[in-house]
Design a protein around this ligand. Structure first.
Ligand code: ATP
Length: 273
């Protein structure tokens, strides 16, 4: 197993035209840590992951992967270090699951765009990791939303990077497969020394599976720490705009939330400019 790699986000500011999103984000993820990123819709979680994956350049600040400044790395060098599962992975009509997952190997391609020897085992392993090997020859178009989501995860794993950024990896999944995917991520993190950041809307999952929770609001990090310290009624109110109680799982010890009702005033509070 290779040494895990840490991520440092330093003073990152970013906006889309007319829409400031990140207003000075500092976040440090230790090598091998599993961090959950939480916050309201539109607060900038996906944008932050895209910046950490090198797909967007920050207007200010920088991202370091294992000490390397992303701004100094080529597209291919970045793709060898960090993989992003995002919500809109491309699928060409008629593409099979195996073909889509092979797209995750693009960072390893040689100068002529050919897959190098040894790539297929990585693709096969990625298909197995998320339990989709039996569908390898199926058309991606013919998969359900949840099935496609697992294939997207396999595609990210096929990139075979030490840093994995997962944007809502449990979207579309039934409860069985949500837990299955999260446990798979935990297992792979341990087995392969991965550093993982995942965006989760389900605070129960974040509290149970993550070692660390980072909460975004108004374009800044407003809470950062282990679930037991961070998950409080104040976090529910201030970050997720719900009133609720927080207890503790009697067996696992992790925080358990009992959300009650949405708090008013979201439209104003979520407006950051
Ligand atoms: N390509 C884009 N062009 C312009 N604005 C964008 C673009 N992508 C996102 N935005 C805006 O930037 C803000 C942050 O979006 P982002 O997708 O990062 O939020 P998020 O926290 O991931 O939201 P969600 O929980 O809904 O997925 C939103 O207001 C969104 O409308």
């Amino acid at each position: 197993m290779t040494e895990p790699v840490g991520i440092r986000v330093e003073g990152v500011r970013f906006g889309y035209p007319g829409r400031p999103v990140l207003r000075g984000v500092d976040m440090s993820v230790e090598p091998g840590e599993l961090t959950a990123l939480i916050g309201l819709n539109g607060c900038g979680k996906s944008t932050l992951l895209r910046i950490a994956a090198g797909l967007l350049r920050p207007d200010e600040g920088r991202v370091l992967l294992g000490g390397d400044d992303l701004a100094r790395l080529s597209r291919r060098a970045t793709a060898r270090r960090v993989a992003l599962l995002h919500q809109s992975a491309p699928a060409v009509p008629g593409m099979t699951v195996r073909q889509l997952v092979r797209q995750g190997r693009y960072a390893a391609r040689g100068p002529l765009g050919m897959l190098r020897e040894g790539d297929d085992p990585v693709v096969r392993r990625a298909l197995r990791d998320v339990g989709v090997a039996d569908w390898a020859e199926r058309d991606v178009d013919a998969l359900s939303g949840g099935e496609r989501q697992r294939v997207r995860l396999a595609m990210a794993l096929a990139q075979d990077t030490r840093v994995l950024l997962l944007d809502e990896p449990t979207t579309y999944l039934d409860l069985h497969h949500q837990l299955d995917v999260l446990q798979t991520v935990v297992r792979l993190r341990e087995e392969r020394g991965l550093t993982v950041v995942l965006v989760l809307h389900d605070l129960a999952h974040a509290a149970r599976f993550a070692e660390r929770i980072v909460a975004l609001r108004d374009g800044r990090v407003v809470a950062d720490g282990p679930p037991k310290e961070v998950v409080t009624p104040g976090l529910l109110a201030d970050v997720l705009r719900v009133a609720g109680r927080v207890g503790q799982d009697p067996e696992g010890g992790w925080p358990v939330c009992y959300p009650d009702h949405p708090l008013q005033g979201l439209a104003n509070d979520n407006r950051i400019h």
